[in-house]
Design a binder for this molecule. Structure first.
Ligand SMILES: [Zn+2]
Length: 322
């Protein structure tokens, strides 16, 4: 019995040390993220740094990234993590609803909970606990009079398309979008033709169609490439056979070399990058082209063209996206 007590005391000590080490790691990681030190090492995000440089699984990297971001917003999270009141596996749920304004009331509600129980608290605290299944078309009065056709316009500079997506639960999001009266009529017609599909299924099918078309254009592999290709006089034009060749050679993923010497490998928002920019006389040939993710394409352009020039063109990017 004495031995069992002693062993148990030893386990309790080890557990305290484990929690303490994790808390220390997360505090250091939050500081690392605040300095954007991952960008200095050539990574596109903190997530990529954790996954590629520290060798964490994607799941572990995601947990630690979310925790590091939460600690920056709500430093009070660290003590409950250290003393075990807050279980690390609930951190993603906690981050969904706890912020700098509500943490004093909201954070203690997660103490001692399992991940599953934490998810229930999120639903109770979240502004949209139950995802509505109805769709409402509301008329919005604008400068154009009713019935006039308005050409689609690009979103104003600085506006973010993704801002219109609000997470409701882990699986459901709400898309809030202002549409033209013309779009409303088309949607009504589609509803009549396909009464079997819900509105979100209709929209998803439309997005799938456009996506397939755009991805095909972007590069990549058509089943039967055209045999003859006319050379283009526009140096910005990248012929389809060149796109296909570069895409195939690079395996359809970002070729940027990160600090560890490996390639980035991201498949997010891929673009074809001119190693020597067109502005500096580079050609649209396979030897001068490579596949890069959006973050590394921007980084490459900054390195070659200089920050001052790029700041005039850069689009603000959501922080911390994996
Ligand atoms: Zn990349």
């Amino acid at each position: 019995m004495d031995t069992a007590r002693e062993l148990s005391a030893q386990l309790a000590t080890l557990l305290r040390r484990e929690r303490s080490a994790l808390a220390e790691f997360l505090v250091a990681l939050a500081d690392f993220d605040a300095r954007r030190a991952w960008a200095e090492l050539g990574y596109a995000s903190l997530f990529h740094y954790l996954h590629r440089e520290l060798g964490l699984s994607k799941g572990s990297a995601q947990y630690r990234k979310v925790a590091a971001e939460l600690i920056q917003a709500v430093p009070a999270v660290i003590e409950p993590l250290r003393d075990g009141r807050l279980c690390f596996t609930t951190i993603i749920e906690v981050a969904r609803v706890v912020d700098a304004r509500n943490w004093e009331g909201a954070l203690p509600r997660f103490y001692g909970l399992s991940r599953h129980e934490a998810a229930e608290v999120v639903v109770a605290l979240a502004p949209h606990p139950a995802p509505p299944v109805r769709t409402v078309l509301t008329a919005v009065r604008g400068p154009g009079s009713a019935g006039s056709t308005v050409e689609p316009v690009a979103p104003p500079p600085g506006s973010s398309r993704s801002a219109a997506l609000t997470p409701l639960t882990a699986e459901r999001q709400r898309l809030h979008v202002t549409v033209s009266e013309r779009f409303g009529r088309k949607l009504e017609r589609l509803r009549d033709l396909r009464p079997d599909l819900s509105d979100d299924a209709l929209l998803e099918a439309a997005v799938d169609l456009l996506l397939a078309k755009a991805e095909k254009r972007k590069g990549a592999l058509t089943e039967r490439p055209r045999a003859s290709v006319r050379p283009s006089r526009d140096p910005r034009h990248i012929p389809a056979h060149v796109r296909r060749e570069v895409w195939r050679r690079d395996g359809g993923c970002c070729q940027w070399r990160v600090a560890s010497g490996e390639i980035c490998g991201s498949t997010h928002a891929l673009q074809l990058d001119h190693v020597v920019p067109l502005a500096l006389g580079g050609e649209s040939s396979p030897g001068n082209l490579r596949v890069l993710c959006a973050a590394h394409n921007l980084l490459a352009a900054r390195r070659v063209l200089g920050d001052a020039l790029m700041d005039r063109h850069a689009v603000p990017r959501a922080r911390g996206a994996p």
